[in-house]
Design a protein around this ligand. Sequence first.
Ligand SMILES: O=C(CO)[C@@H](O)[C@H](O)COP(=O)(O)O
Length: 220
Amino acid sequence: MNYLSPSILSADFKNLGRELEIIDEAGAEYVHIDVMDGSFVPNISLGIPVIKSIRSATKKVFDVHLMIDEPIRYIEEFANAGADIITVHVESCQDVKATLEKIKSFNCKAAITLNPKTPAKAVIPYLSMVDMVLVMSVNPGFGGQKFIPESLDKVREIKKALEEKNLTNVNIEIDGGINIENLARVLEAGVNVVVAGSAIFKGDTAENVKKFKEVMSSWN
Ligand SMILES: O=C(CO)[C@@H](O)[C@H](O)COP(=O)(O)O
Protein backbone atom coordinates (compact mmCIF):
# COMPACT_ATOMS: atom_id res chain seq x y z
CA MET A 1 0.00 0.00 0.00
CA ASN A 2 1.35 3.47 -0.73
CA TYR A 3 0.43 6.82 0.78
CA LEU A 4 0.60 10.45 -0.29
CA SER A 5 1.67 12.94 2.35
CA PRO A 6 1.27 16.55 1.10
CA SER A 7 3.67 18.87 2.91
CA ILE A 8 1.73 21.84 4.25
CA LEU A 9 4.93 23.91 4.33
CA SER A 10 3.91 24.94 0.79
CA ALA A 11 0.24 25.48 1.64
CA ASP A 12 -1.48 28.82 2.05
CA PHE A 13 -1.16 29.31 5.83
CA LYS A 14 -3.90 31.94 5.75
CA ASN A 15 -6.35 29.22 4.63
CA LEU A 16 -4.79 26.15 6.25
CA GLY A 17 -8.11 24.58 7.31
CA ARG A 18 -9.46 24.81 3.75
CA GLU A 19 -6.20 23.49 2.26
CA LEU A 20 -6.49 20.44 4.52
CA GLU A 21 -10.07 19.80 3.43
CA ILE A 22 -9.00 19.98 -0.23
CA ILE A 23 -6.19 17.42 0.07
CA ASP A 24 -8.38 15.23 2.26
CA GLU A 25 -11.30 15.18 -0.23
CA ALA A 26 -8.93 14.66 -3.18
CA GLY A 27 -7.60 11.44 -1.62
CA ALA A 28 -4.32 12.16 0.19
CA GLU A 29 -3.91 9.76 3.10
CA TYR A 30 -1.44 11.70 5.24
CA VAL A 31 -0.68 15.33 6.09
CA HIS A 32 3.05 16.06 6.30
CA ILE A 33 3.83 18.69 8.93
CA ASP A 34 7.35 20.14 9.01
CA VAL A 35 8.45 21.52 12.36
CA MET A 36 11.65 23.61 12.16
CA ASP A 37 13.44 25.30 15.04
CA GLY A 38 15.91 27.66 13.35
CA SER A 39 18.77 25.73 14.96
CA PHE A 40 18.84 22.19 13.60
CA VAL A 41 17.75 23.70 10.28
CA PRO A 42 18.11 27.32 9.14
CA ASN A 43 14.39 28.06 9.09
CA ILE A 44 11.47 28.36 11.52
CA SER A 45 8.08 26.98 10.48
CA LEU A 46 5.22 26.06 12.79
CA GLY A 47 4.77 24.25 16.06
CA ILE A 48 2.55 22.65 18.66
CA PRO A 49 -0.28 25.26 18.84
CA VAL A 50 -0.79 25.16 15.06
CA ILE A 51 -0.92 21.36 15.01
CA LYS A 52 -3.45 21.40 17.86
CA SER A 53 -5.56 23.94 16.02
CA ILE A 54 -5.64 22.13 12.64
CA ARG A 55 -6.24 18.68 14.18
CA SER A 56 -10.00 19.15 13.94
CA ALA A 57 -9.88 20.02 10.21
CA THR A 58 -9.20 16.44 9.06
CA LYS A 59 -9.09 12.86 10.31
CA LYS A 60 -6.15 12.03 8.04
CA VAL A 61 -2.85 10.81 9.49
CA PHE A 62 -0.67 13.63 10.88
CA ASP A 63 2.86 12.81 9.75
CA VAL A 64 4.99 15.15 11.85
CA HIS A 65 8.63 15.65 10.85
CA LEU A 66 10.65 17.20 13.67
CA MET A 67 13.61 19.18 12.38
CA ILE A 68 14.58 20.29 15.86
CA ASP A 69 17.47 19.73 18.27
CA GLU A 70 16.87 17.08 20.93
CA PRO A 71 13.25 16.29 19.97
CA ILE A 72 12.86 14.01 23.00
CA ARG A 73 12.07 17.16 24.99
CA TYR A 74 8.82 17.73 23.06
CA ILE A 75 7.50 14.26 22.11
CA GLU A 76 4.71 14.31 24.70
CA GLU A 77 3.47 17.70 23.52
CA PHE A 78 3.45 16.73 19.84
CA ALA A 79 1.63 13.49 20.68
CA ASN A 80 -0.96 15.39 22.70
CA ALA A 81 -1.36 17.94 19.90
CA GLY A 82 -2.50 15.13 17.58
CA ALA A 83 0.56 13.71 15.83
CA ASP A 84 0.06 10.15 14.56
CA ILE A 85 3.56 9.57 13.19
CA ILE A 86 6.56 11.36 14.69
CA THR A 87 9.79 11.42 12.69
CA VAL A 88 13.09 12.37 14.28
CA HIS A 89 16.52 12.90 12.77
CA VAL A 90 19.32 10.50 13.60
CA GLU A 91 21.59 13.59 13.60
CA SER A 92 19.55 15.54 16.16
CA CYS A 93 19.07 13.00 18.98
CA GLN A 94 21.61 12.37 21.69
CA ASP A 95 19.86 9.07 22.45
CA VAL A 96 18.00 7.84 19.38
CA LYS A 97 16.70 4.67 21.04
CA ALA A 98 15.22 6.55 24.02
CA THR A 99 13.62 9.06 21.65
CA LEU A 100 11.97 6.33 19.57
CA GLU A 101 10.79 4.56 22.73
CA LYS A 102 9.30 7.77 24.01
CA ILE A 103 7.36 8.26 20.74
CA LYS A 104 5.96 4.73 21.05
CA SER A 105 5.06 5.22 24.69
CA PHE A 106 2.52 7.84 23.55
CA ASN A 107 1.01 5.40 21.02
CA CYS A 108 2.41 7.25 18.03
CA LYS A 109 4.19 5.57 15.13
CA ALA A 110 7.94 6.19 15.31
CA ALA A 111 10.05 7.11 12.31
CA ILE A 112 13.70 7.91 11.78
CA THR A 113 15.19 10.14 9.12
CA LEU A 114 18.58 11.20 7.82
CA ASN A 115 19.99 14.13 5.89
CA PRO A 116 21.27 13.67 2.32
CA LYS A 117 24.90 13.67 3.52
CA THR A 118 24.32 11.06 6.24
CA PRO A 119 24.99 7.49 5.07
CA ALA A 120 22.27 4.84 5.25
CA LYS A 121 24.33 2.88 7.78
CA ALA A 122 23.52 5.54 10.40
CA VAL A 123 19.89 4.39 10.62
CA ILE A 124 20.42 0.62 10.16
CA PRO A 125 20.77 -0.05 13.93
CA TYR A 126 17.29 1.42 14.52
CA LEU A 127 15.31 -0.36 11.80
CA SER A 128 13.69 -2.85 14.17
CA MET A 129 12.42 0.02 16.36
CA VAL A 130 10.66 2.08 13.70
CA ASP A 131 7.47 2.02 11.64
CA MET A 132 8.96 4.17 8.91
CA VAL A 133 12.28 5.45 7.56
CA LEU A 134 12.22 8.87 5.89
CA VAL A 135 14.91 9.47 3.27
CA MET A 136 15.50 13.21 2.82
CA SER A 137 16.02 13.95 -0.86
CA VAL A 138 16.86 17.63 -0.24
CA ASN A 139 18.71 19.32 2.61
CA PRO A 140 15.97 19.96 5.17
CA GLY A 141 14.79 23.49 5.84
CA PHE A 142 12.93 24.73 2.79
CA GLY A 143 10.31 23.64 0.30
CA GLY A 144 10.77 23.96 -3.45
CA GLN A 145 14.34 22.59 -3.70
CA LYS A 146 15.73 20.32 -6.39
CA PHE A 147 15.55 16.55 -5.89
CA ILE A 148 18.92 14.89 -5.13
CA PRO A 149 18.93 11.77 -7.34
CA GLU A 150 21.53 9.91 -5.22
CA SER A 151 18.80 9.61 -2.56
CA LEU A 152 17.40 6.72 -4.56
CA ASP A 153 20.55 4.66 -3.88
CA LYS A 154 19.91 5.26 -0.19
CA VAL A 155 16.29 4.12 -0.58
CA ARG A 156 17.49 0.90 -2.25
CA GLU A 157 20.10 0.33 0.46
CA ILE A 158 17.54 0.77 3.24
CA LYS A 159 14.99 -1.41 1.44
CA LYS A 160 17.59 -4.17 1.10
CA ALA A 161 18.49 -3.93 4.79
CA LEU A 162 14.80 -4.11 5.76
CA GLU A 163 14.34 -7.22 3.60
CA GLU A 164 17.43 -8.88 5.08
CA LYS A 165 16.07 -8.24 8.57
CA ASN A 166 12.57 -9.40 7.65
CA LEU A 167 11.17 -5.97 8.41
CA THR A 168 9.16 -5.55 5.24
CA ASN A 169 6.27 -3.90 7.09
CA VAL A 170 8.43 -0.79 7.73
CA ASN A 171 7.42 2.01 5.37
CA ILE A 172 9.96 4.00 3.34
CA GLU A 173 9.11 7.67 2.88
CA ILE A 174 10.86 10.21 0.67
CA ASP A 175 10.77 13.99 1.08
CA GLY A 176 12.08 16.81 -1.07
CA GLY A 177 11.76 17.78 -4.70
CA ILE A 178 9.21 15.12 -5.60
CA ASN A 179 7.04 15.94 -8.60
CA ILE A 180 4.89 14.14 -11.13
CA GLU A 181 7.95 13.63 -13.38
CA ASN A 182 10.17 11.81 -10.87
CA LEU A 183 7.35 10.09 -8.93
CA ALA A 184 7.50 6.77 -10.79
CA ARG A 185 11.27 6.58 -10.26
CA VAL A 186 10.98 6.96 -6.49
CA LEU A 187 8.22 4.35 -6.28
CA GLU A 188 10.28 1.97 -8.37
CA ALA A 189 13.22 2.37 -5.96
CA GLY A 190 11.04 1.15 -3.09
CA VAL A 191 9.38 4.22 -1.60
CA ASN A 192 5.77 3.77 -0.45
CA VAL A 193 5.13 7.09 1.36
CA VAL A 194 5.57 10.16 -0.84
CA VAL A 195 5.91 13.68 0.56
CA ALA A 196 5.33 16.54 -1.85
CA GLY A 197 4.90 20.21 -1.06
CA SER A 198 5.22 22.61 -3.97
CA ALA A 199 4.13 20.00 -6.53
CA ILE A 200 0.84 19.66 -4.63
CA PHE A 201 0.06 23.17 -3.42
CA LYS A 202 1.15 25.14 -6.53
CA GLY A 203 -1.69 25.41 -9.01
CA ASP A 204 -4.81 23.24 -8.66
CA THR A 205 -4.20 21.33 -5.42
CA ALA A 206 -7.05 18.83 -5.79
CA GLU A 207 -6.03 18.05 -9.36
CA ASN A 208 -2.37 17.63 -8.30
CA VAL A 209 -3.34 15.17 -5.55
CA LYS A 210 -5.42 13.17 -8.03
CA LYS A 211 -2.56 13.05 -10.56
CA PHE A 212 -0.14 11.83 -7.89
CA LYS A 213 -2.62 9.19 -6.68
CA GLU A 214 -3.23 7.99 -10.22
CA VAL A 215 0.49 7.26 -10.73
CA MET A 216 0.77 5.80 -7.22
CA SER A 217 -2.19 3.46 -7.70
CA SER A 218 -0.32 1.44 -10.31
CA TRP A 219 2.35 0.63 -7.67
CA ASN A 220 -0.05 -0.59 -4.98
O1 LIG B 1 10.97 18.86 4.96
C1 LIG B 1 10.89 19.49 3.94
C2 LIG B 1 11.89 20.54 3.68
O2 LIG B 1 12.74 20.58 4.75
C3 LIG B 1 9.87 19.12 2.95
O3 LIG B 1 8.75 18.46 3.52
C4 LIG B 1 9.41 20.13 1.98
O4 LIG B 1 8.31 20.86 2.45
C5 LIG B 1 9.02 19.44 0.70
O5 LIG B 1 8.72 20.41 -0.22
P1 LIG B 1 8.94 20.18 -1.78
O6 LIG B 1 10.40 19.90 -2.00
O7 LIG B 1 8.07 19.01 -2.16
O8 LIG B 1 8.48 21.47 -2.37
